[in-house]
Design a protein around this ligand. Sequence first.
Ligand code: 26W
Length: 805
Amino acid sequence: MQNIRKEQFKESIKDNLKSLFCVSIDDASQEQLFYATSKAIQLIIINKWINTQKIQKEQDAKIVYYMSMEFLMGRALGNNIINLKENEIITESIKELGLDLNVMENQEPEPALGNGGLGRLAACFLDSLATLGYPAMGCGIRYKYGMFKQQIKDGFQVELPDDWLRHGYPFEIKKNEDAVEVKFGGYSRMYRDVYGKVSFINEGYQGVIAVPYDIPIVGYNNDVVNTLRVWDAEAIFKFDLDAFDKGNYVNASEQETFANTICSVLYPNDNNFVGKRLRLTQQYFFVSATVQRAIKDYLKNHDDLHKLSDKIAFQMNDTHPSLSVAELMRILVDDYFFDWDDAWEITQKTCAYTNHTIMSEALEKWDVDLFKGLLPRVYEIIEEINKRFCLDVSTKYPDDYSKIKNMAILYDNKVRMANLAIVGSHSVNGVAELHTEILKNQLLKDFYIMTPEKFSNKTNGITQRRFLLHGNPLLATWVTNKIGNSWITGLQKMNKLVDYADEITAQNEFMDIKHKNKIRLAEYIKEHNNIDIDTNSIFDVHVKRLHEYKRQLLNVFHIMYLQNKLIENPNMEFYPRTFIFGAKASAGYMKAKSIIKLINCVADRINSDTRLHGKLKVVFIENYNVSIAEIIVSAADVSEQISTASKEASGTSNMKFMLNGAITLGTMDGANVEIIEEVGKENAVTFGLSSQEVLDYEKYGGYFPKDIYDNDIDIQCILNQLINGYYYMYNFNDIYNSLLSRDDYFILKDFRSYVEAQEQIEKLYKNKSQWAKSAILNTAKSGKFSSDRTIQEYVDDIWHLEKLN
Ligand code: 26W
């Protein structure tokens, strides 16, 4: 039986090579082999996919639509092979054909349809939903160009387009029959129907066709295949001239340009609102398409939209899909003639919102004129929602205008998307305990006081299938040998490793695997950066988006400090260190780009300074993405999680590092707090101001960085090196000036405490056995941070889904 299946699979690859590329297996390029193999795997997936949809229909199961502008999926081939039950058959067949799976995997373009944490979380959630067997569809945008590719030229970041679809993507399937029309602009006209009832119709609009492409999400070892649906825009005339109202467009090519622009690029902004019309167009485009399609599908098997929330949940991933609230209202009121109050009840029961940031510059507030011009009818709906909500508020708090000021959806000529999402949802959640407390007590305090029942916490998680089973096969096998494989779908089982933490052989094995992973990363660095690094040094890793609040600058200042100390005192006691960075800066974020240049200047200077005898190395890994993350995370000794307390909602790389046995060096921020709670203070190193201290300083206008500078010679030396030509005559006046005038992220304030924490790390690392024990305990105690746990909480408290069976 096994052999027959293997032969079939091998034939399928060969057939694909012929039909797709007209080549035999001997002449095929690696790229063709990747594509043909992926198509063969897709065929196995499709049977399960069709079956999942059949069961879902028969069971009439409730489904969650996870609405997100970003899905940072990473490569699919390897992950699909792992999650499919046919894992062994596939890998053996590939071997028997003489092919190298690793080489093939490296051919896959990474669908990088996300910036960072928010998009990667969405991808982990889809993996967990499928693995737990819950009906779910991820809904987003099929950006033609995903996250830009980063090149470092002369130390500077250069952005190149990521043309991931150029050679086609083997796992997607276009679904023409599920296309819908989305309308922009024009005006809304009131009319009376035959019964005299007032209704509204949108006229003079510009329409585009939203066409979905479906990508399978394979559950682990359970035959469930869910869907990631990404929408593309096509001009109407191209799609079907007769079936749709053509509107009053000027000419056909204008239509096509408009359609092509909508899904052209992913905005590379993370935690920073820019307010561009095209971004709002993207938001409405995918929201409207998703909501329209969901209702049409619901009505295929149901006739009462009053019961919509029994079968559908819309989860809004941050405020980017907040328009779901208004769009659902529009459809119910305008297209299905619902009374406002009924429509509102349905909408609130169906929608739910997750907040991912408290950074004020990240909050979406659209200019009213821009909004009205693009979405006139939706704006009217929002006006009505706002009017009724403000009436509620002023009835409840007649003498307190501050309540309206804070909670109104329309205020100061802006449409406030967070307020729209909160008002229109039955559930609002934060992504870590501390973050949720800050939402309740600070940012969203008035909403919490008014509707406390809406608020809950859902601490983030990550999928162990990608970040251990796929990314770190050596450790995955070791864990399975020790405790069995139940951790793959039940990460709490990792706790059994506690029994091995004190065992010397287990410690040696664990650190040996870490060392092998360090060699794998060192080879990558040699190949890509041409830097030799010492695999016996401490690998201290800081990888995430470049943002001032994430404080890569604090890390660099400490490296400069070490460099100065080592040059001053060559014989000082020092354990060799390799500092590894990876980070993309938003293209327009000048300060972030300066910090990248600084890291590279410091790296060049240190790596070539013979006085340091190779004890200190600094590496900036270009184009940090999911694939390289898997390699980096498994090789890390120290996980840098050093955000200014209160600013990082959760962080999720902290969890990936913990799972892979790295020790957290962090502030008491986001999910770090819970990581430390799980693993114990003695197995992590913390430092810095608390979130309350930061919030208190901010309340009273900050602190005086100049006082710290004046009293600390080491800090003076570092800051002066930024501007005195020390780094190849390149000056960082922007960084220097802003730090000394207003250090918004408390870098100088936390510097000494960070230095001490780093000394503590060195001390701990020198005790090999103690370090190994802590590393094992980090892996052992990572159970809470599986996205399987997070998803189960969303299901129990918010979505109330039933498993497919
Ligand atoms: C409008 C511009 C913009 C773009 C992206 C604003 C905000 C965002 C995201 C919400 C930023 C983001 O990715 N937030 C991260 O979400 C992760 C998942 O919950 C958290 O772990 C991170 O702490 C948070 O920064």
